[in-house]
Ligand binder design. Structure first.
Ligand code: PGA
Length: 294
């Protein structure tokens, strides 16, 4: 279908938006499309979050194998990998000119300064990084990152010309209390606070229910769709329908080769953020192919 991908062409996304009417906020329900756009208008996006796994040699080997499997084939998907920070440069070298984006698993909320132990988005960019995860649930919950910190990190990433992948998602207790959509809406509103429409056009939103991450308990396509439709409707309310229809909203939480296609078939699910399965070349490649044909 398309041309070979060049990482520098991938930001901001070359998506074609689809005009549509914006439903009233809060109306998103199970099985309800956002009505703002369908996935065919947005380029799918798949991220591999390697978390704190592996060692240098394994990171380089995984990268080389990924490049061999999917790095130079023409599949219509934006693919990003997020190795541990100490391996960023080596993984960047192993990626070479492959059309796979390099990303940080986090970034500081500042571009430089006295912030011991932190990694600035400018440093990630300096190593060839194009993307940064912000607000991953393991950071929100293990390190107490607040919505305000996540918003500051998204702003800093954009200032360093990185694409922020803003992660949001409710806990099991919040879902069981019937508050999942309200929690996610609050997180998205906070993360986008003060961002202009062009800035939001460069953002990817990752809906990752906390109870699904690393547990093997995947959200149903209906549950994922319900949250994604709400987020897209909110983007339409905060910005406009065209922008809302162009922002990629990806799902994360126990995505596997076996369930990726059915999740990505949901109309507002534009790809995935993959943890465990991103450490296996066959599985991650097959998830990328599932996104390509969704
Ligand atoms: P998982 O992790 O695929 O292992 O559930 C997803 C994530 O944390 O991004």
């Amino acid at each position: 279908m398309g041309q070979a991908r060049n990482p520098d062409d991938l930001l901001p996304s070359g998506v074609v938006s689809e005009e549509g009417d914006v439903p009233s906020p809060g109306k998103a329900t199970r099985n309800r499309k956002s009505r703002i756009g369908c996935m065919s208008t947005r380029r799918p996006y798949v991220g591999g979050n390697w978390k704190m796994h592996g060692e240098l040699a394994a990171a380089v080997e995984l990268t080389e194998n990924l490049v061999a499997a999917i790095g130079n084939t023409v599949i219509e998907v934006d693919i990003a990998i997020f190795p541990p920070f100490p391996y960023l440069q080596a993984v960047g070298h192993a990626l070479g000119h492959a059309a796979i984006l390099l990303g940080g698993q986090d970034c500081a909320a500042h571009l430089e300064g006295a912030h011991t132990g932190q990694t600035s988005p400018a440093m990630i960019a300096d190593l060839g990084g194009k993307v940064a995860l912000v607000g991953h649930s393991e950071r929100r919950h293990e390190l107490g990152e607040s919505d305000a910190v996540v918003a500051a990190k998204a702003r800093a990433a954009l200032a360093a010309e990185l694409q922020p992948v803003i992660c949001v998602g409710e806990t099991l207790a919040q879902r069981e209390a019937g508050n999942a959509l309200q929690v996610v809406e609050k997180q998205v509103r906070a993360a986008l606070e003060g961002l202009s429409a062009p800035q939001v056009g460069r953002v990817v939103v990752a809906y990752e229910p906390v109870w699904a991450i690393g547990t093997g308990m995947t959200a149903t396509p209906d549950d994922a769709q319900s949250a994604h439709a709400m987020i897209r409707t909110l983007l339409g309310e905060l910005y406009d329908a065209q922008l809302a229809g162009s922002v990629r909203i990806i799902y994360g939480g126990s995505v596997k080769a076996a369930n990726a296609a059915e999740l990505f078939a949901a109309p507002d699910v534009d790809g995935g953020l993959i943890g465990g399965a991103s450490l296996k070349v066959e599985d991650f490649s097959s998830i990328c192919r599932a996104a390509s044909s969704s």
